[in-house]
Design a protein around this ligand. Structure first.
Ligand SMILES: *Cc1c(COP(=O)(O)O)cnc(C)c1O
Length: 411
């Protein structure tokens, strides 16, 4: 057998969907990929995986692309897990780690999902893909589409960060600025599907981006020697990162790869879903005890990856947070620039605004006694600060052009 997928499964009602044909949503909701985990356990061991090249395709048995199909790849995956002693000390934590996704192709973790989704779309015969984006997904989709030789259409709000607006065009996509929010862009993609014959690559509207993002969880487990951290802080927009990681941990647990405590149970991490106060639909639903989130009105935040007012996988995010014993919480918009500079300057890691929000939530939880000083804490840095030119925490001073002049950059 060249792959280990058993079937696809509708997340909302468990309907079984056969694998091997194009799939988007089921009853308007996302689809899981399910595997023969018992067979994978017989076919491969952690020691085998440890010997493979350091990219996300090392987890090939746990990915849907058949083994005899070449993936579309830019070498994505196996990002460093960096111990942050200096920043940890400032915060009173001895075991603070950042998993640095800013080092991935196109500068964000979106490349993981697109590597998997574009590889699968190509294998299933797709020639043209389209997606809405609030930021980094457009550049990543365009890059992988270029690599695969597929046509790509990208629709983004006109106030998407400027680098993100240039990127899809650079990679040869047909890129459009839209007077609207990401939901409006999503509608354009949905409504155009029949006429344009494109495959919709929107977050969670096809099953495979989630599988690519799942590899963050697989890598974290491998890097921590298959014993998971105490708490994970993850910036949440559409939620694939969080949902994917939770899926990864459970697949590893079922394969009995994760270490167990003396009573024989696996200690799963608490998932802390971090959102900006200007767009926090998941936090609202979590606080109200709801399983589905309401549309967040007037969504606003410079953390563009978090500007998702309605997530099609809301219940999957909320189920994962609750099952983990974690929570959803907001970080202050006003502190985003401060945290970008504070964390970046303490450790030399290019911290994006989305992750700045996580640090604010982390600090609040430390102050409330909700994080122990020696607990292993992992913060995901989902993208590179440099992609957010207009939000970088610095003001360039004007200099006198008539003579040799210098002024220090402040802010
Ligand atoms: C897309 C994005 C997010 C949100 O990720 P989801 O998995 O969709 O919740 C966070 N940070 C950055 C930098 C992003 O590009």
């Amino acid at each position: 057998m060249s792959h280990f997928v058993s079937h696809l499964e509708a997340a909302i009602d468990g309907t079984v969907i056969p694998f091997g044909t194009l799939a988007n949503l089921h009853n308007g909701r996302p689809i899981w990929v399910r595997y023969h985990l018992d067979r994978i356990r017989e076919a491969v061991t952690p020691a085998d995986i440890a010997k493979r090249p350091p990219n996300l395709w090392r987890y090939r048995e746990l990915l849907p692309l058949p083994a005899d199909v070449e993936p579309t790849t830019l070498g994505e995956g196996m990002t460093p897990l960096l111990h942050c002693a200096r920043l940890g000390k400032q915060l009173g934590l001895s075991n603070l780690f950042v998993k640095d996704e800013s080092q991935l192709p196109t500068g964000s973790f979106k490349s993981r999902g697109m590597a998997a989704a574009v590889s699968m779309a190509k294998w299933l015969g797709v020639k043209r893909v389209a997606l809405p984006t609030a930021g980094n997904a457009g550049g990543a989709a365009a890059a992988y589409a270029a690599r695969a030789g597929l046509e790509c259409y990208v629709f983004m709000p006109h106030d998407t960060p400027i680098v993100n607006q240039f990127e899809p065009h650079l990679y040869g996509a047909k890129a459009f600025r839209v007077n609207g929010l990401i939901n409006d862009c999503g509608k354009i993609v949905k409504d155009g599907a029949d006429r344009m014959g494109w495959f919709d690559l929107s977050t969670l509207k096809e099953p495979y981006r989630l599988e690519g993002k799942k590899t963050m969880g697989l890598e974290l487990a491998e890097q921590m020697n298959y014993s998971l951290p105490g708490t994970i802080f993850y910036p949440t927009g559409g939620g694939t990162g969080l949902i994917g990681m939770w899926k990864a941990f459970h697949e590893l647990a079922e394969m009995q790869w994760l270490s167990r405590d003396p009573k024989g149970s696996v200690a799963f991490p608490r998932l802390i879903s971090c959102q900006a106060e200007g767009c926090a639909p998941i936090v609202r639903a979590f606080d109200k005890g709801e399983r589905f989130a309401e549309l967040f009105p007037n969504a606003r935040t410079v953390a563009s990856g978090l500007r998702v007012p309605a997530a099609v996988g809301d219940f999957m995010i909320l189920d994962a947070i609750r099952a983990s014993g974690g929570k959803a919480a907001t970080g202050s918009e006003a502190k985003i620039a401060t945290w970008m500079r504070r964390a970046s300057s303490a450790e030399g890691i290019s911290i994006c605004p989305e992750t700045a929000v996580c640090f604010d939530v982390l600090e609040q939880m430390i102050a409330a006694g909700e994080v122990k000083p020696d607990e292993r804490v992992v913060v995901f840095n989902t993208g590179a600060a440099t992609k957010y030119l207009e939000s970088l925490p610095a003001d360039l001073p004007s200099i006198d052009k008539d003579r040799v002049d210098w002024e220090m950059i402040a802010g």
